[in-house]
Design a protein around this ligand. Sequence first.
Ligand SMILES: Nc1ncnc2c1ncn2[C@@H]1O[C@H](COP(=O)(O)OP(=O)(O)OP(=O)(O)O)[C@@H](O)[C@H]1O
Length: 466
Amino acid sequence: MLSLPGLNLTAPPLDPVALASAPAITRTQDLSPNKEFRFEVPFGRTITIKLLSGTAEYFGTEFAPNQLYSFSGTKGAVYSWHGCRLEIGGSGGDVSEYVAEETGMMGYANAHFSLEALRERAAHGIEGPRVLIVGPENSGKTTFTRILTSYAVKSGRQPMVVNLDPRQGMLSVPGSMSAAAFSSIIDVEDGWGSSPISGPSPIPVKMPLVYHYGIGNPELENGKIFKPLVTRMALAVMSRLEEDRMSKQAGLLIDTPGAISAGKGGVYDNIEHIISEFSVNIVFVMGMERLYSDLTRKYSNLPSSDTVNIIRLDSSGGCVQRDEEYMKALRQAQIRAYFFGNNDEVALAPQSQMADFEDLHIFKIKEGQDANALFRAYDDFGSTPDIYERVTPTPELQNSLLAVTTAAANDRQEMIRDASIRGYIYVADVDETKKKVRLLSPQPGQTPPNALILGSFPEDVPGLVS
Ligand SMILES: Nc1ncnc2c1ncn2[C@@H]1O[C@H](COP(=O)(O)OP(=O)(O)OP(=O)(O)O)[C@@H](O)[C@H]1O
């Protein structure tokens, strides 16, 4: 058990099996050049992989020789350009695995080299490629973004990565949108890694820019909150690029939610909005012939100064459908990792704090106020829209996440709506008699006096602390 400073809180172990030592029974697996070892390991099981000889990488990050990597609740692949020998532990049972002859890696590497050529050409003052990645759910967008990021970092670049997919958080919890400049290698086991928005971190930190979205699927609200947030994010990212020559030259890599690639009658409102707000000039379409041809038609007649190149890439055969149950477990694991770290070695120490009801300024979108009203409020400059209502803590609040905005509690509501996020806190307990709330925060310090937002996504995380 992790023991936390503060109130003698204990975190339930992340995953008892995952934290156990490496499986005793191992076997070797040879991979010939350009082959991929794919595996699916459910939550509660662990597979370990060690590189015995040759070279291998995990979605663009090289394996260190003889280091033991553990994976739990993961669908992943180890690829080798030149061939290698792996030691695998913990296979069998409900862990599935196979060696794939066909992989998408050649196409992904070629995409990277084309982007490198553009970055080379991006002389002083000229910006690097602004890349958008679209395609249906589970078509490999995030994986491709991760590979492009790793390869760019390996080439000495510092790309700005933007995650607009609330289904899966990047350097933050699900439900948020974030952007960060990456200059260090992406961790094999931890993915995008952690950041100061979460807590002290043993690996080089990335300071992300985070906005709270709080909705799982942008198409459900017709992009009416999504679009203004994209606009905010684009403005903030552009101003960061202006201050950072390295990232300006390396350019942008923007990952998107699969839902926006469905479109309506050949119109892809949200995609077009992202392209225009971020001045995207390269769009990779994963799989999806129809989206590719619709976008090509739409962007083929622009003047050369505004060229948007649409490029289709095959979706890797390794991409796996992830059902809602798995996605929920993944979200909960991400939230747990946000507060407690990914495993024993990078245990974070979230602080437990008691707050009086009156010290908390919690807002949620007004009852009966739909997304359209919120959108009208965006359109309606000059007025003070009544978007949120104040929430007094009740036991229903228990187990939910609150986004800590950078806005003050008495700021105008549209300022709260447009504010970026300092981090998230978790409501561990509500005591209505004493009018006190027990909170868990990744950062030490006082309960923030800022405006706190309660969203409807992601769902509650029961049992984060016991
Ligand atoms: N080559 C591969 N071998 C094994 N698993 C893979 C491979 N490529 C991707 N996956 C897995 O398939 C799943 C879907 O991939 P990914 O998350 O990249 O898709 P996505 O298009 O970003 O999905 P979404 O839009 O739903 O977020 C992930 O669990 C990923 O780890």
